[in-house]
Design a protein around this ligand. Structure first.
Ligand code: GDP
Ligand code: GDP
Length: 437
């Protein structure tokens, strides 16, 4: 389980600015994708060489959103009570206010480890601001400017120090022969139906994995002689009442499940296409760099005409992840499941494929000779060599010079070239470009 850090504070102190600064994807590829949206409340802070953690923006205190957005907002506020660390964010320009006092009283009752973060420190006298908030009695006070990305390194150091070493880890240090799959998607796409069908159909050599917390249930499955661990979102619990459908959707659990899985299966509802919320879940899978299979569920409910329309719509909406296989299924009738598992295995095999330095260099050479980088205002990038940089997802580290002028379109060309050459399907592929020899 990833640790949870909650941002709490009155409106306008800069929580969402700080949230964005902490969770902004360092992977430009993901960020620039049209068709991917971000959750306004939950995100993952990923720093190289460090354990990631989940950040929740608890929003303003009032909050009057409706429907699913409202449920997510209420959950976000409730999340403060379960956080490993609360960042109490205040506004250094305006100083302490009555509303801050109220929130502080609430936080004291919550009694979670809390750090005072004074934001908007740009252009104000830091000592004066610190003494203004001194009466709050925090031993540790961090000053930042979220908007100018000042003080964030210090803040992150303090956060790290206060987080549990590593999540409890029961789900992660595993028998490598047991593939971890997460079925994720928004409410009502059919996750529970699918999981129950899988467990029932296969006479359930399934048992709940012990030692997992109340919020995270995993279940083991044997299917066609292979071992799987299904990582829960909402799918593993039977629904008590229909009204719970909205409330039970938890962005937090979805992020956790994505983090813990090796292959994420994104369920879509064929009758509804790709909604914003589907796009948010998809974005989280891409940011985590996980292998992906799209399962288009409820295929049974469509006429021929509707199927053609759905095919057309989905292929347009998902064109930017055209490397992912889309499988049509009916969780209700159990159709398409063999194809689904075949695609899961292909994705997993691609994501974990090993490469030799020689073969990737050969590939770069051919790609380069077939189509060298273009000249940009008289400058041409030179690609010198490449070496494999790991799997999950497959990563290639390209060394060269003048890489600043290497166009995005050329990077896509390289990616596609490598994909074709190595038959990589169902996994993101990452290229890292390093200037110099
Ligand atoms: P939230 O309501 O707490 O989520 O606050 P926002 O993140 O929406 O920020 C409220 C306003 O404060 C916006 O206009 C931000 O641009 C501004 N703001 C946020 N961080 C800083 C900062 O570090 N310095 C300054 N000067 N303004 C900031
Ligand atoms: P979850 O919220 O994602 O777990 O979704 P559920 O499994 O609870 O399913 C939501 C609704 O969709 C239920 O009424 C299911 O019976 C229905 N449903 C699930 N899978 C299928 C399917 O393959 N075909 C059809 N027609 N309905 C389905």
């Amino acid at each position: 389980m990833l640790p949870l850090v909650a941002l709490v504070g009155r409106p306008n102190v800069g929580k969402s600015t700080l949230f964005n600064a902490l969770t902004r994807s360092r992977d430009a590829l993901v960020h620039d994708q049209p068709g991917v949206t971000r959750d306004r409340h939950y995100g993952v802070c990923r720093l190289e060489g460090q354990e990631p953690f989940i950040v929740v923006d608890t929003g303003g205190i009032a909050g009057e959103e409706e429907g699913l957005a409202g449920a997510t907002a209420r959950q976000a506020r409730a999340a403060a009570g379960e956080a490993d660390l609360v960042l109490f964010v205040v506004d250094g320009r305006e100083g302490a206010s009555a509303l801050d006092d109220e929130i502080l009283a609430w936080l004291r009752k919550l009694s979670r480890p809390t750090l005072l973060v004074i934001n908007k420190i740009d252009g104000v006298n830091e000592d004066a601001v610190r003494s203004d908030f001194a009466r709050y009695g925090f031993a540790d006070v961090i000053t930042v400017s979220a908007a100018h990305r000042q003080g964030l390194d210090d803040l992150l150091d303090e956060v790290r120090e206060r987080l549990p070493e590593e999540g409890a880890g029961e789900l992660l240090d595993e028998d490598p022969a047991r593939m971890r799959i997460a079925f994720v998607g928004r409410p009502n796409v059919g996750k529970s139906t699918l999981v129950n069908r899988l467990l029932g159909e296969e006479r359930m050599i399934a048992s709940e994995v012990p030692g997992t917390t109340r919020d995270s249930i995993a279940v083991d499955l044997e299917r066609d002689g292979r071992q799987y661990r299904l990582i829960d979102t909402a799918g593993l619990r039977r629904k008590a009442r229909v009204e719970e459908a909205v409330e039970k959707f938890s962005a937090f659990k979805t992020l956790q499940a994505i983090e813990q899985c090796q292959v994420a299966v994104l369920l879509l509802d064929a009758t509804e296409g790709v909604t914003d919320q589907d796009a948010t879940v998809l974005g989280a899978i891409l940011e985590a760099g996980k292998a992906l299979v799209v399962a288009i569920n409820k295929w049974d409910g469509l006429t021929e005409y509707q199927r053609a329309q759905a095919e057309d719509l989905l292929s347009r909406k998902l064109s930017f992840v055209n490397w992912a296989e889309a499988v049509r299924i009916s969780a209700k009738h159990g159709s398409g499941l063999r194809e689904l598992f075949a695609a899961i295995h292909r994705a997993h095999a691609s994501a974990t494929k090993e490469f030799s330095t020689a073969e990737v260099n050969k590939t770069l050479e051919v790609a380069y000779e077939t189509n060298p980088p273009p000249s940009i205002r008289g400058h041409v990038s030179k690609l010198r060599y490449v070496h494999p940089g790991g799997s999950n997802p497959p990563t290639f580290i390209v060394h060269g010079t003048r890489l600043k002028v290497l166009p995005e379109s050329y990077k896509r060309y390289l990616e596609n070239f490598f994909r074709k050459r190595f038959k990589l399907v169902g996994t993101p592929v990452r290229f890292i470009f390093r200037e110099g020899a």
